[in-house]
Design a protein around this ligand. Structure first.
Ligand code: PMP
Ligand code: GLN
Length: 385
């Protein structure tokens, strides 16, 4: 079919996401897919059984707009236990279709024409287009490899009268670093006495390593009172395809969030919400996640020892960054295609997360995979001389 009119794109610089492109290329070349971030194993049997039970108990119609009350209550109880944060499940939590929808809805609801939004680059790919669609302007702070540290004095220079939001992400995709208590205190200082809203993407909250605590904004009352926190059950329960997440925010912000939420999704998948409400009574499932993934991280790093890749530190998430400087100085976007076609392992080029496509010769591997998948991939990658 051909549209005969002229198309005025709202996102002229945007193509198809790198995750879609690389997963398709992996399929095409029958390569091991360590590109897009998702596990190659199933959610816990008890979670699957809970979905089954919810479906068979006739819980298949629209859920309440803000999400199943029981699930919201259990999320509130959980953040009270682990972050010592008091959140009202009626007015301060909304269940969303994954973290992506929560991020998009928060930006659509809270950003207006000409508002400025500070993003830390490399940034998860959905933030900047959402800001653009809301009529806002993304202001980028660049974090450099290998430590991706933030100099808060430099961040301060980006703040103007128009700054409406700062988006943070810890544990961070793609750098696999985590923010520290010191970072949070700096952020507190920076935003004190301002109207700036913090959008805190914490979808990897349960995946931190070497006993590093996750620094949720919910631990810091002065940050929590100006924040929208985004969570995702997909990461925590090995169910990225179920697309259930949530947003937590003070009631005034949540009221605006829900005005948008009710018209772009209205409500999300009912049986899955029942299942998550049930599984949240088993804290052992998320408490064990860091050590589960730390073993995978270490397994993959050991298996990669024989390769020419230089591995960066991984403090959290299920991603491992690797520098290929000693192999080639080709662009990372070309290198990932070459690896997929010639060595049958797909990865993500890190430059695509930078607003200016900064190429530091680093690619990202996802280690949320069975050990034999990781072993096979490392074996293939070790063939590169
Ligand atoms: N934020 C980050 C940093 C992510 O890596 C992802 C997805 N991998 C999301 C948000 C989106 O989460 P969801 O899949 O629940 O939409
Ligand atoms: N967040 C996942 C990643 O970073 C992918 C999500 C997606 O495909 N949109 O790989």
């Amino acid at each position: 079919m051909n549209f005969s009119g002229s198309v005025r794109s709202k996102l002229p610089g945007v193509g198809t996401t790198i995750f879609t492109v690389m997963s398709a290329l992996a399929r095409e070349h029958d390569a091991i897919n360590l590109s897009q971030g998702f596990p190659d194993f199933n959610p816990d049997e008890r979670l699957q059984a809970a979905v089954d039970k919810a479906i068979r108990s006739k819980n298949n119609q629209y859920a309440p707009m803000a999400g199943l009350p029981l699930l919201r209550e259990r999320i509130a109880a959980k953040v009270d236990t682990i972050y010592k944060a008091t959140v009202d499940p009626d007015t301060e939590i909304t269940i969303t279709a994954g973290g992506t929808q929560a991020l998009f809805t928060a930006i659509a609801a809270l950003i207006s024409e000409n508002d400025e939004v500070i993003l830390f680059s490399p940034a998860y790919d959905s933030y900047a287009p959402a800001v653009t669609l809301a009529g806002g302007k993304a202001m980028h702070y660049t974090m450099d490899a290998p430590d991706f540290a933030i100099n808060w004095q430099q961040v301060k220079k980006l703040i103007t009268q128009r700054t409406r939001m700062i988006v943070i992400n810890t544990p961070h995709n793609p750098s696999a670093t985590v923010l520290t208590e010191k970072d949070m205190k700096e952020l507190e200082k920076l935003t004190k006495g301002t109207d700036i809203i913090i959008l805190s993407d914490e979808v990897y909250e349960h995946i931190t390593f070497d006993d590093k605590p996750h620094q949720s904004v919910l631990r810091y009352p002065r940050l929590a009172e100006r924040s929208v926190v985004v969570g995702s059950f997909g990461k925590t329960y090995h169910a990225t395809g179920w697309k259930i997440g949530y947003a937590i925010a003070p009631r005034e912000l949540m009221a605006e969030f829900r005005k948008v939420h009710q018209f772009n999704v209205f409500s999300v998948n009912t049986p899955m919400q029942y299942a998550y409400a049930e599984i949240l009574q088993r804290p052992d499932l998320y408490e064990g996640l860091s050590s589960f993934y730390q073993e995978k991280r270490d397994f993959f790093r050991t298996a990669m020892k024989g390769s020419k890749f230089e591995l960066l530190d991984t403090q959290g998430t299920y991603f491992q960054l690797a520098s290929y400087k000693s192999i080639t100085d080709e662009k990372d976007t070309e290198v990932v295609k070459w690896l997929t076609k010639e060595f049958k392992v797909a990865a993500i080029p890190v430059s695509v997360f930078y607003h200016k496509n900064l190429d530091q010769k680093i690619i990202r591997f996802c280690f949320a995979k069975e050990n034999e998948t990781l072993e096979k991939a490392a074996e293939q990658l070790s063939k590169i001389k």
